[in-house]
Design a protein. Sequence first.
Length: 440
Amino acid sequence: MLVMKFGGSSVANRAQIEKVREIVRRRSPRRPLVVSSAHKGITDALVAAARAAAAGHHDPDSVIERQRAISRELGCDDALLEPLYAELRDLLRGVHLVKELSPRSLDYLSSFGERMSVRCIADFFTRTGLPADPHDVFDLGFVTDSRFGGARPLPGFSERAKAAVAKLPTDRIPIVTGFIGKNERGEITTVGRNGSDLTATLLGAALDAEEVEIWSDTDGVMTADPRLVPSARNIPHMRFDEAAELAYFGSRVLHPSTLLPAMAQRIPVRVLNTNRPEHPGTVIEEATPPNPHPATSIAYTEDQAVVTIASTRMFGEVGFLGEVFAACARHEVVVDMVATSEVSISLTAKRTPALERTVDELRALGDVEVRDGRTVLVVVGQHLATRPGVAAEILRAVGDAGVNVEMIGYAAGSINLSMVVADAAVAKAVETLHRTLFDG
Ligand code: ASP
Ligand code: MG
């Protein structure tokens, strides 16, 4: 079995969905199970309608009209989605009446995008020669915990999914909702925005799929952001751990936790382009052929803050670092990079009100300095852990470009080297690094 996931832009309209149909048709001997997102923009429109309703503005029709336009373009009968439109109207009316939007209601409302798209797509496929059936993933065993907005399947998912899928007709393509789930009480949940990729890898792992394909609108994973580096190119092979590092650092291709289920079951994940299906994309797997370049990819996250706490108390004292991290944890601040000396500790985090509150607390521990407008730049590659001189080469290249590196992170045996630079320097740093590491 092959799990194929198509993102919102891949199913945006009839022209795109026709491309998807041909891609799926060519793979039909491999028994594809298709996971689909909502049509592009529909989830955003649902969330906007939900928030507007809670704020006193009742407008179910703009999102319904948008969906209706796509389903008409696909030649679907209006009656196909009428029950879902009615349910959506009722729900938005309820939110409008109580003027309150709980995480549970928001998940319920956000779920309509996928529930509508799979019905239209399966109907269209069937009418145009590729017999298919729509499925809500919770009917295939995807029962989750009740963490609305970040739900995960409960133990036993693999057995439930296998049993459910075994009962499906083998001559029809299952088109399954990404993103959503149901808890044990039957309430709809979601795994988090952009979570259809995760649904696909969770299903792939549960069903022992031969591979999970993630179809979007880029030629796989690139060596750097092509907007900064015109010569950025596709990475044909990448290890799971390399891809996971990149996902954490702002690579737009994969949802950070997407890879975990595939990693655990060693199922290759292939990132492909719906608009160029002949392009080989990127395959992410456990073992890859040797990389001829010193690194695999460069990524970055802008607009970070560097917080430095200096205190002579830290010298030789037990538990100081623990207090720093406990303050971060209390305010739910996610720390990305850490560097310490005997008398100071620097860490990076996103600049948020929670960080301000943390900084106020940290002042009790020592002198605190906050520097804004910083970018965490990361070079990822298996050679960083094994080949002498790669880190030196990276730092020298950045230094030669006149970019000041304010902090570095390079853990023992680690496959990434992280650096903090000023936001204003990121274009220059990335461009120089790419030249050194990939065009040398
Ligand atoms: N439709 C959902 C979203 O827009 C999930 C997804 O596209 O992956 O967040
Ligand atoms: Mg998406």
